[in-house]
Structures are given as structure tokens and as C-alpha cells.
Design a binder for this molecule. Sequence first.
Ligand code: COA
Length: 172
Amino acid sequence: MVLPDDPKYALKKVEEIREMVDNDLGFQQAPLMCYSRTKTLLFISNDKKVIGCLIAEHIQWGYRVIEEKVPEISSENEKVIFERQKAWCCSTSPEPAICGISRIWVFSMMRRKKIASRMIECLRSNFIYGSYLSKEEIAFSDPTPDGKLFATQYCGTGQFLVYNFLNGQSRL
Ligand code: COA
């Protein structure tokens, strides 16, 4: 975990990784973030490569995703295709939240090995000293289709919390 007060070389490395992750996520311009309040988790492989990254920040509010019914006859594969293609909507009523997942990324060749799940578990026990965050206290920033499929599975519901809305600071 890299914290805002860590040595400059560590923060520089985090910045390089974030740029790479943003490129992969297709963010053209890095949105301004308040770095003094972020915590970055890096998942390092045995051969010392960064294969996962999670950037978390303190937030106050999240908005619940409004779940759209998947057509009933769909196979698992069809459900994934449906999930990838549809837009997502969320409630306009804010709900209290504590931790915002600003970025979550796993190297493409290492996906579906529970690396993202392990990073979130680690985040939940380390974000606030001495407490373990519940899934209800976490929100995802502008989830991608992959992010949405992951969050739905991890949170055990498609109605997880989201925030930010492409840096609009959740002003709806
Ligand atoms: N399609 C369908 N289900 C998915 C999924 C996908 N692409 N990714 C995760 N899941 C679900 C699965 O149920 C999975 O369990 P299973 O593999 O046993 O079926 C479960 O979530 C846990 O996934 P996990 O292995 O912990 O996730 P991961 O390490 O593969 O990382 C992402 C998930 C989203 C971080 C990864 O796909 C990624 O880096 N994508 C590109 C960046 C991105 O879009 N980030 C999200 C920003 S909100």
C-alpha cells in the first residue's frame, strides 16, 4: 500500500502506474484527484511485476445502481454480452459511503484469478485503521463493463454504489 506521505520515489511510481492504467481504461485526460487523500494498493507478482492496482479515496456519498432485468432465457454468455452492451443508470438519492474505488485494474493476462477481489479485501481491512469496511460502505467510480460485472459479483448485487460520473463529483 502506498500512502500520500510515502517517499517521493514511491509516489512517482504510483503516478506512472496510474497513467498506464488510465490509458488502459481509455481515460484521455487524467481527471484531477486529491492525492493527499488517496491510498494505492499494488499487487506485485513473484517476479516483481505490478499486475494489479487499486486507487481508493475518501468519499461521503454514493448512488445506487438501478438494476435492469436481464431477459430470462439468457445463457450465462448472453448475460455477459447484455451486461457489456447496456448503459447503466443510478439513483439520484445519495447514500452515505466511506471509501471510493477510483481505479481498479488487473493485468489482462492475469484476470479472473481473484486478484481484484483480494485487493478489495485488503483495502477493506486497511482503509481505516482498526476497522473492516462493509461492502455497503464502498462505491465504484464510473464502472466500466468489466468493472460492473466484477462489482456485481463481489458485492453480491447489481445494486452496488457508484460515484464521480466522469469527474462531475456526483452532481446530478
Ligand atoms: N466478466 C464477467 N465476470 C467477471 C469479469 C468479467 N470480465 N471480471 C470479474 N468477474 C466476476 C466473476 O464472477 C469473477 O469470479 P470467477 O472468475 O470465479 O467467475 C469475480 O467477478 C471475481 O473476479 P476477480 O478475478 O477478482 O477479478 P479480476 O482480478 O479479473 O479483475 C477487473 C477484475 C475489473 C479489475 C479486471 O477485469 C480489469 O482490470 N479490467 C480492466 C480495467 C477495468 O475495467 N477496471 C474496472 C474499473 S471500474
